[in-house]
Design a protein around this ligand. Sequence first.
Ligand code: RTP
Length: 148
Amino acid sequence: MEKTFIMIKPDGVQRNLVGEIIGRFEKKGFTLKGLKLINVDHAFAEKHYEDLSKKPFFNGLVEYIVSGPVVAMIWEGKNVVLTGRKIIGATNPSDSAPGTIRGDFAVEIGRNVIHGSDSVESAQKEIALWFPDGPVNWQSSLHSWIYE
Ligand code: RTP
């Protein structure tokens, strides 16, 4: 089953949005397969965002990610990568629809609360980076109530 990497950024943790965000993924029907609260250093944040290293906002983005603990998660489910991005909303909160996480809880692009993998390929890469031991092996007893 498809998996994605979701990270609650330092502003989401500081603003006590962890429970709210986890609740949205749980209530949708996705399954939590990995979870940790972690401080990352500059080298790790640079590695996670290496594709953006040429962008003018890269240094500010790295400083933002190292500014406090983040919640790193693996979520599993049918189409979870794309659907997770829909739950999160557009990158710039000015464009994020109400009802999405960024649409409901963020104002500025540089404080947009949450990250979600943008493809199955980047999800695999990010899960390997953040969870070298891989996902937790378990199956929810709700499975047959979520999937036909
Ligand atoms: P993310 O990786 O965090 O899920 O965000 P995303 O795919 O929606 O957006 P991406 O283009 O990959 O950018 C990563 C993060 O960089 C910050 N950003 N700042 N100041 C700016 O113009 C700017 N553009 C992007 C955001 O925090 C964005 O989530």
